[in-house]
Design a binder for this molecule. Structure first.
Ligand SMILES: [Zn+2]
Length: 210
């Protein structure tokens, strides 16, 4: 994929996610793998309003997060995107800051995460054939130290290679997929499930998932 093609796709995704209130203001960031050897990512620049992005605001970075093409500054969370790509083999990594990821990451942080189980929408996750699937969604503590957060993500993904996403406490969600389409589908599916779980839990707090 060329940087120009990736930039067009990421601008379109950003506007869509902003419209769903999953990336309000300058929150969140989106990346896609341009090449694996050497590793190159197209990623949204730092402090860019996701509702008004343009293709010039998508940058190319190397495997250390150093900018190779574009203007501005790569997102501070580039290191975490690179770690997820290396650990999972993903072709795209998408990071959202929705209300429900913020609320549920806070609520379930003490248990290290929670299971999502029995929902038809789980079948939208890559490789899941039945609603009877039990999906683990881990929560890590938030930090401004991206290198430390990246190491934590690596450890987590080694322990749970089957997961489709992870939450950062009171912050948001990272999800990924083999390509942009799969990763975008995972955002839609997980955001739907989190909102459904959050709203259900408000009706009967004792139903909170484990
Ligand atoms: Zn973030």
């Amino acid at each position: 994929m060329t940087l120009a093609d990736a930039a067009e796709e990421l601008v379109r995704l950003g506007a869509g996610f902003h419209g769903r209130a999953w990336m309000l203001g300058t929150s969140g960031n989106l990346s896609v793998v341009l090449s694996r050897d050497p590793l190159r990512l197209a990623i949204t620049g730092s402090s860019i309003d996701k509702g008004r992005m343009n293709v010039e605001q998508i940058l190319e970075v190397d495997g250390d997060g150093k900018m190779l093409r574009g203007s501005g500054k790569p997102s501070a969370e580039t290191l975490l995107h690179l770690e997820v790509v290396r650990s999972t083999g993903a072709g795209a990594v998408l990071h959202t800051h929705s209300v429900w990821t913020t609320v549920l990451s806070d609520y379930h942080h003490a248990r290290g995460g929670f299971h999502i189980e029995g929902y038809e929408m789980l079948k939208g996750l890559e490789g899941i054939q039945t609603h009877e699937h039990r999906e683990w969604l881990p929560v890590v503590e938030n930090s401004q130290d991206m290198a430390a957060l990246a190491v934590e993500a690596r450890t987590l993904l080694k322990k749970h290679p089957e997961i489709h996403g992870l939450l950062v406490r009171r912050h948001g969600m990272y999800t990924w997929g083999k390509d942009i389409a799969a990763a975008a589908r995972h955002v839609e599916i997980l955001e739907f499930l989190l909102e459904a779980i959050g709203r259900r839990q408000m009706m009967e707090p004792q139903l909170s998932p484990e």
